[in-house]
Write a protein that binds this ligand. Sequence first.
Ligand code: C2G
Length: 150
Amino acid sequence: MKRVITYGTFDLLHYGHINLLRRAKALGDYLIVVISSDEFNWNEKHKKCYFTYEQRKALVESIRYVDLVIPEESWDQKRRDMHEYHVDTFVMGDDWKGKFDFLKEEGVEVVYLPRTPEISTSQIKHDLNEAADAGESKTTHDDIDTDPCK
Ligand code: C2G
């Protein structure tokens, strides 16, 4: 059984994340996803997530490609993870290209996959903020046609 691992925040889960996870799983038989804890995100990535770790974990665990979700609590846990989870292949989007090549020293294959270019969690937040500022988000329920027979 070929074991693949990948790391990320996976906040506001979107199709760019799904594209990555689908291609990562296609490289093996078992996919481990290491999701950044709330503390790690805040202290190390200076990211405030919309969803908590538990919520992001539940979302990612529901994806058909994913076999196991564990927490990412420090930048330097990767070397240990490769051995603890008997990893064959480490996968990241190519925005990280070259950053984790040192993991080859642990005997794993390191693969960087092309990012899905036009989508990101920060882009989603930006677009929603812009829409809110423009007043586009003021949909009221009385203007939504709920009569299924019409
Ligand atoms: N990704 C992608 N295409 C996008 C957005 C993200 O392929 N449009 C990939 C990223 O390259 C990454 C994974 O999806 O491999 C998760 O992305 P993030 O949740 O943004 O994770 P990141 O903040 O990059 O954290 O130790 C590594 C870090 O935890 C990675």
